[in-house]
Design a protein around this ligand. Structure first.
Ligand code: ADP
Ligand code: MG
Length: 444
């Protein structure tokens, strides 16, 4: 369960262990099962949003006026639709993240933090973390407890989806292309998925936007070729933050989106994962419009929603902005960004909101109720850090995979889970940001 180091981010021969908890963390079984049970519903929902131009247009209208990154993605989306989609097979890999909100009476409730629709990571490494924790429990003489840790193999589940999309694309010589960042500290996570594909005799290449810009082209039927090889599936592990793009990279992204290749995700599905869309989904009636006739699925999804609030201009936005300024600890202020470390809390939230409350800039953010889990003690093991016991909270992610061919959904499943744990004093941040560490749920 390895990562490249900060000091030598390009080396695979000098590496360190990925940070992890010494012990598995207790997770209420009922909430764990609830999270699995709702995953296919969320897959359906994301897929439906990605095909609903009117909804995306309306929902993001205010955001793209002030948020340049979302506007740029949206521009590509519109351009590709205007030309007409060449892509006919669609592959979604997402991860729905939750925390366990502790009510006044001490009972815990499952609350969704967000759905990641692009580059959802750690499905690979976490396929091995249960083995680490099983060993630790055995060393401690807890053989019985060790045997209760669940099997978990998202790497296999994700690869299954990619393989299915590759097969439906229907060109046996075509490859799967992992689109990766310049610096790839988390490469071993990706290798776990890649190896599953090689095991199925599917060829995988790894390329950056820069390579696509230099070596990529489309033929007359918009088949994608990179470095002379036809690409069946593009699996993005890059492209979700503004820093990933310069002018050339934007051009490469457009080329990929125009192509017939299966993009995981296509640009519409990336937009479906924005915080603004998440906030709109919580409005009464929105889910019913997106998924007509699916009242049971809708009830399951809605049961996991936390309070979410629009900061669009108008009375509704004015009111919630004033409430949050008066009581900042009840909320989280979120911009349209991914990857951790962007949200604002407490005093900082108050200051920023105070500054932008009368400007259109506030519409680039949404507000969310702050989830307050019950902390538990654990040791966080991180290279070069002293070992000490910390008060910790956990975030559970469920991986979802689906494949659609035309209008027919040919695969829709939950593909495994991820538990990440961090010390309570860190409001934000994931594993890659150096805040959270890999964990294994121990169901209670
Ligand atoms: P990102 O796209 O940057 O991952 P998230 O919405 O997942 O954005 O937020 C990042 C982190 O902030 C989460 O992993 C979680 O630890 C914390 N966080 C986000 N929303 C909330 C919330 N409503 N209550 C408490 N913590 C939150
Ligand atoms: Mg997140």
């Amino acid at each position: 369960v390895l990562m490249r180091t900060e000091e030598q981010p390009h080396a695979s021969d000098v590496v360190n262990y990925a940070p992890f908890t010494l012990l598995p963390s207790a997770v209420p079984r009922a909430l764990f099962e609830q999270a699995y049970a709702v995953q296919q519903d969320f897959n359906l929902l994301v897929d439906a949003i990605s095909q609903n131009k009117e909804f995306l247009e309306q929902t993001l209208a205010s955001t793209i006026k002030v948020d340049e990154f979302t506007a740029r993605l949206f521009g590509i989306y519109m351009q590709v639709l205007e030309e007409g989609l060449a892509q006919t097979v669609f592959l979604g890999i997402n991860r729905s993240d939750y925390m366990f909100d502790c009510g006044l009476d001490g009972t815990a409730a499952l609350r969704q933090i967000e759905i990641n629709t692009i580059a959802a990571s750690f499905g690979g490494l976490t396929s091995h973390t249960a083995n680490v924790h099983r060993l630790v429990l055995k060393v401690l003489g807890k053989t019985e407890e060790a045997s209760r840790l669940l099997l978990n193999n998202p790497a296999k589940g994700l690869a299954w989806g990619i393989a299915k999309a590759w097969e439906l694309y229907g060109s046996p010589r075509a490859v799967v292309m992992f689109l990766v960042e310049e610096i790839q500290r988390n490469i071993f996570d990706q290798r776990c998925v890649e190896n599953e594909l090689w095991n199925r005799n599917i060829r995988v290449i790894r390329k950056r936007f820069r390579d696509v810009f230099e070596q990529g082209s489309l033929d007359a039927s918009r088949r994608l070729y990179v470095d002379g090889q036809e690409v069946a599936v593009v699996y993005y592990r890059e492209g979700y933050v503004p820093q990933n793009y310069d002018q050339q990279n934007w051009e490469a992204r457009l080329l990929l989106e125009r192509s017939r290749a299966v993009k995981c995700p296509d640009i519409a599905t990336q937009l479906a994962g924005t915080k603004k869309v998440q906030q709109e989904l919580s409005r009464p009636g929105t889910l019913e419009k997106l998924l007509p006739g699916r009242s049971e699925a809708i009830a399951r999804m809605r049961a996991t929603f936390a309070g979410l609030y629009s900061l669009d201009e108008g009375e509704e936005g004015d009111r919630i902005a004033a409430t949050a300024i008066a009581d900042p600890d009840r909320f989280v202020l979120k911009p349209q960004r991914e990857g951790g470390g962007n949200n604002l809390y407490g005093e900082e939230l108050r200051q920023v909101l105070e500054k932008i409350k009368d400007s259109p800039d506030r519409t680039s953010y949404i507000l969310m109720d702050k989830i307050k889990p019950q902390p538990a003690l654990n040791y966080l093991l991180r290279a070069h850090s002293p070992l000490q016991v910390s008060e910790c909270i956990s975030e559970l992610g469920i991986f979802g995979v689906y494949v659609r061919q035309g209008q027919e959904l040919v695969l829709n499943r939950a593909a495994g889970h991820l538990l990440r744990t961090k010390a309570v004093e860190h409001a934000d941040g994931g594993v890659a940001a150096g805040v959270a560490v890999l964990d294994t749920p121990y169901l209670v």
